[in-house]
Design a protein around this ligand. Structure first.
Ligand SMILES: [Zn+2]
Ligand SMILES: [Zn+2]
Length: 244
C-alpha cells in the first residue's frame, strides 16, 4: 500500500468565489510545490475548467495525479462532491447541471467572474448562469445520475452549519451509496466522527476546499491506496452505486 497525499476539493477561477489566481497552471504547479500526489478540482456545478487542468497535468508529467470532480449544490442546498474517472464523464454531468440550474445570471461585479480557461491560462469564455445557485436535483437523484455516468459521490464539509448534507437533512440517507464523508479543514475528524452515532458507518477524508492558491493543502491529508490509478481511488472513495 502507498501513502498518498491528497487534496480532493480545490476550486478554480471558474467558481465565482474562486480567486482569479486559481488558474489551471497555478493550481497544478502549487500542488507540485506542495508535493501532493493527487488533486481534484471541484468547481461549483461545473466541469468546464477540467479539460485545461487535465491537459496541464498531462503536459507537465511531474507524477501528480488528477481526479475530475464537481461540487454540486443539490436542491436541499447541500454541497456534494461528484468524482469521475474521466473529464468527459464530468462534462456529461456538467451539461445536466447547467440545464438544471435556475435562470439566474451571474453578476461578475458582485459574485466574481466565472472564467473558463485553456491550458495556457488564457480566458476562453465565461459561464453565464450563476454557478453558486442550487440545482433542482435532490441528493438521491444526484446519486443516481452520477452513478449512471460512472462516478461516485462524497458529501462535502459535513461538519459545516450551512451547505452540508447534515445541515440540510440532519443525517446521511442510509439507502444512498455513500461510503466517504468529507470534513472541512478546520475540524478534527475524530471529534466529528463522535458527533453522530451513524457516522461510524462511514469513512472520512479531509480536503482544503481551497479558493486561493495558498489554501491548497500541504502534504497533510493521506490515503492508503494500492496504486495511483483513478479507478483505485474511486473504489476507495465510493460504495458500489447500486442502491441509488
Ligand atoms: Zn462547499
Ligand atoms: Zn468547495
Amino acid at each position: 500500500m502507498e501513502k498518498i497525499a491528497v487534496d480532493l476539493h480545490i476550486h478554480s477561477c471558474l467558481s465565482p468565489c474562486g480567486d482569479e489566481e486559481m488558474t489551471p497552471n497555478n493550481i497544478v504547479n502549487m500542488a507540485i510545490i506542495k508535493e501532493l500526489d493527487y488533486i481534484a478540482v471541484t468547481d461549483h456545478n461545473s466541469a468546464k475548467n477540467l479539460p485545461a487542468v487535465f491537459e496541464v497535468v498531462e503536459s507537465l508529467d511531474e507524477g501528480i495525479c488528477f481526479l475530475p470532480g464537481i461540487e454540486v449544490t443539490t436542491k436541499e442546498e447541500a454541497h456534494v462532491l461528484a468524482y469521475f474517472k474521466t473529464v468527459e464523464q464530468a462534462l456529461e454531468l456538467d451539461a445536466i447541471l447547467y440545464k438544471r440550474l435556475p435562470n439566474i445570471l451571474n453578476k461578475p461585479e458582485l459574485f466574481g467572474p466565472q472564467l473558463i480557461l485553456n491550458s495556457e491560462d488564457q480566458v476562453v469564455g465565461q459561464v453565464d448562469k450563476l454557478l453558486i445557485s442550487a440545482t433542482d436535483i435532490g441528493i438521491s437523484e444526484l446519486c443516481g445520475l452520477v452513478n449512471e455516468i460512472g462516478g461516485i459521490i462524497v458529501p462535502a464539509h459535513i461538519d459545516r452549519k450551512s451547505y452540508s448534507i447534515i445541515a440540510s437533512l440532519g443525517f446521511v440517507p442510509p439507502d444512498l451509496a455513500i461510503k466517504t464523508l468529507e470534513v472541512s479543514k478546520q475540524s478534527d475528524i475524530e471529534k466529528v466522527k463522535k458527533s453522530y452515532r451513524f457516522f461510524r458507518d462511514y469513512q472520512f477524508i479531509h480536503s482544503s476546499d481551497a479558493h486561493q492558491l495558498m489554501d491548497i493543502a500541504e502534504r497533510e491529508y493521506f490515503l492508503e491506496l494500492a496504486d495511483l490509478q483513478r479507478e483505485t481511488l474511486l473504489i476507495w472513495l465510493g460504495k458500489e452505486q447500486t442502491s441509488c
